[in-house]
Write a protein that binds this ligand. Structure first.
Ligand SMILES: Nc1ncnc2c1ncn2[C@@H]1O[C@H](COP(=O)(O)OP(=O)(O)OP(=O)(O)O)[C@@H](O)[C@H]1O
Ligand SMILES: [Mg+2]
Length: 258
C-alpha cells in the first residue's frame, strides 16, 4: 500500500520566489489497484510520482510504502518515464540490463532477467536492436520491460503512452491490462487522457493546478478483465457516464477565474 500524507512541495530556484507545486496532497493506493492521476499540465503530477519514487524530497509531508516511510528509491518501486529515457548507445537488452546494474544484480542473472523482461512485453526478437531502430510503441515496451525487470510491487507510470499514435496507444493499454491480470501489481499512472484513465483505472484522482491539489477522487466501477471486451466497455453507459462526469469537472475548472 502507498500512503501519501499531506505532501506539500515548493521548488526553490535561485533568484526567484519559491514555486508552490503541491499543496497538502493525501491519498492511499491499495495493493493490487490501478490509480490514475489526471490534471492540467504543470499541476505537479510528475513531481508527485518522483516524490513517491523517492527521487525528490517533499518540502513537507510523508510517503509510506507498506507502512515504512520512504526517503529514497527502492527495489519495490519502478518508474516508467514520460519520455522513453532509453540510452541510445545501448541495445534493447542492454537498456534493460542497465536498470539491474544500478540495483547491483550480477552479470549472468542480469542477462537472464533482462531476456525474461523482454519476453513479457513480446520483444525478445529485438534484443539486439538499438533504440533508433525501434518504433515509439516498441521503445515504450522496452521502458516497461526495464521497469518490470527489477520485479517491483509498485509501478509508477508517467504518461507512458502519451507519445504514441492512438491505435498503438489502445493496443498498449490492452496489453498492460493483460500483463497486470497475469501478475498482480499496484499502479500509479499519470495521464492526460480521460478515456485512458477511465478504461484502465480502479480509481481516478483529479488534480487542480496552482498549486496542485486534489479536486476529486472517483472510483471506477467497471468489470474486471476489461481487455477481453474493450469495445463493449467503452460503449457502455457506465463508461460514458464516468467520462462525461470527468469532462464536466475539467471544463468547470477552466471556467473558474484564475
Ligand atoms: N526540478 C525542478 N525545478 C524547478 N521547478 C520544477 C522542477 N520540476 C518541475 N518544476 C515545476 O513544477 C511544476 C510542476 O511540474 P510537473 O512536471 O510536476 O507537472 P506535471 O503535472 O507533470 O505537468 P505535465 O502534465 O506537463 O507533465 C511546473 O511549474 C514546473 O515548472
Ligand atoms: Mg509530467
Amino acid at each position: 500500500m502507498i500512503e501519501v500524507r499531506n505532501i506539500t512541495h515548493r521548488f526553490q530556484n535561485t533568484g526567484r520566489a519559491a514555486l508552490p507545486v503541491l499543496d497538502d496532497v493525501s491519498m492511499t493506493v491499495e495493493p493490487g489497484t490501478f490509480v490514475s492521476l489526471l490534471g492540467p499540465s504543470g499541476c505537479g503530477k510528475t513531481t508527485l510520482l518522483r516524490i513517491i519514487d523517492g527521487l525528490v524530497q517533499p518540502t513537507s509531508g510523508q510517503i509510506f510504502v507498506d507502512g515504512v516511510e520512504i526517503r529514497k528509491p527502492g527495489l519495490d518501486r519502478a518508474m516508467v518515464f514520460q519520455e522513453f529515457n532509453l540510452l541510445p548507445w545501448r541495445t534493447a537488452l542492454n537498456n534493460i540490463e542497465f536498470a539491474l546494474e544500478l540495483h547491483g544484480v550480477s552479470g549472468v542473472e542480469r542477462r537472464d532477467r533482462a531476456h525474461e523482461a523482454l519476453q513479457r512485453v513480446g520483444l525478445e526478437k529485438f534484443a539486439t536492436y538499438y533504440p533508433h531502430q525501434l518504433s515509439g510503441g516498441m521503445k515504450q515496451r522496452i521502458g516497461l520491460a526495464r521497469a518490470l525487470s527489477t520485479n517491483p510491487r509498485y509501478l509508477l507510470m508517467d504518461e507512458p503512452f502519451g507519445a504514441l499514435d492512438p491505435l498503438v496507444r489502445e493496443i498498449m493499454q490492452i496489453d498492460l491490462l493483460k500483463l497486470l491480470d497475469a501478475e498482480k501489481r499496484t499502479i500509479v499512472f499519470v495521464t492526460h487522457s480521460v478515456d485512458e484513465a477511465v478504461f484502465l483505472s480502479d480509481r481516478v484522482i483529479m488534480f487542480r493546478a496552482n498549486p496542485g491539489s486534489i479536486l476529486k477522487t472517483l472510483d471506477i466501477d467497471l468489470p474486471p478483465r476489461r481487455f477481453e471486451n474493450d469495445e463493449e466497455i467503452k460503449a457502455s453507459s457506465a463508461f460514458v457516464g464516468y467520462r462525461n462526469m470527468i469532462w464536466h469537472l475539467l471544463k468547470e475548472q477552466l471556467r473558474r477565474p484564475a
